[in-house]
Design a protein around this ligand. Sequence first.
Ligand SMILES: [Zn+2]
Length: 423
Amino acid sequence: MKNTIITNVRIFDGTGSDPFPGDVLIEGRRIKRIWAAGQPRDIVEAHRIDGRGRFLMPGMTDAHTHFSWNDQPSLAAIQFMPPEEHILWCVGVAKRYLDMGFTSALGAAAAKPRLDVVLRNAIDAGNFPGPRYLAGSQEITTLGGLGDNTLPHMPFRELNFGEVVSGPEDVRRAARMFIKYGVDHLKINLSGEYIAGIPAEASPFSEEEIAMLAAEARRAGKRVAAHARSSVSVKQCVRHGFELVFHASFADDEALDMLEANKDKHFVAPGLGWLVSTLYHAEQWGITQQAATDMGYARELEVASDTLQKMHKRGIRILPGGDYGFAWMPHGTNAKDLEYLMRYVGMSAKEALLSATRLGGEIMMLPEDIGQIRPGFLADLILVDGDPLTDITLLQDPEKIAMVWKDGNVVKDRLRVTEPILV
Ligand SMILES: [Zn+2]
């Protein structure tokens, strides 16, 4: 028998309602029924888990992560990790997301062509525990763009960080290669990145190249994700229909108008974790606050905060996901992005939770299946010790994530419910 009833919990259902006390019945993979406290409950045959007043919420989605980023202090350390070790690394990281209550994640790009795809397939086949995962391509970049880390005379140029292209036909070849491998979406680096020595405001791709990627993605029915810090690159995303807009720090009013006019199509994952951590928490790894400021990150965080507040007021969908996977911001600390959405974007705690849950269901293309606690939805759930609506940082503490379910199965259990009671 696979039925489970979780009793005596405060239910944050992800619909926008305030949490209410009640019980939730899981039947197989899905949520069968929800009873508010005081509502007469019919007798059901199920294992009972007494929530003891804890906070039950939908599993969270990280909208911008790279499982193949390996918690090291440099891009080179990611780039030159041998493929055999690299896929094992990804397998280990996937489990960490589940443990922290992230039952879904969107791969923003893989460090080698097939890492994301192979990992996603292994998780979907049930071979290894991990969140629902949408697999990205490598970063498609221009010669000299972000992710082109080699020079022609270097013996290791076959192991470049990104897939380097030049010209529309080359874009077509790269797109078709990743589509052949089975990615869920293509990733393109439409702007620069200070730490790589290329200004965030730079927009190095030509219109012809971008249009080619859009055409190839459309034909294959794939979405496109873009590293888009510059204002020009955000406008390119809207004009060419690239659904997943990462960063968007320097979007000007025209770019915001364009996003707002298409807000049902686009998602913005600003990646605040990267900006905040690189500016304030990377000193131990040689990046002092002064060094990060000199690169441009202090200014970018200030401008991005302003831009994102405007974006939020316009009702554009903004999601957590901050490029976790560097030494100063390892995988598993992803819930910091919810705190940053409050601090830098002006979200309420409830809005931050909704962006990690309901909007997560939308960006994962499963809006009727995950991200909410409603009858018929998949049972991806987290039981939290304490109230994240009064202290959002609780979600950063592994001890407070008491239980996690994915697909109706318990994937983390700190309560050690070894002998569930039959009711
Ligand atoms: Zn990224």
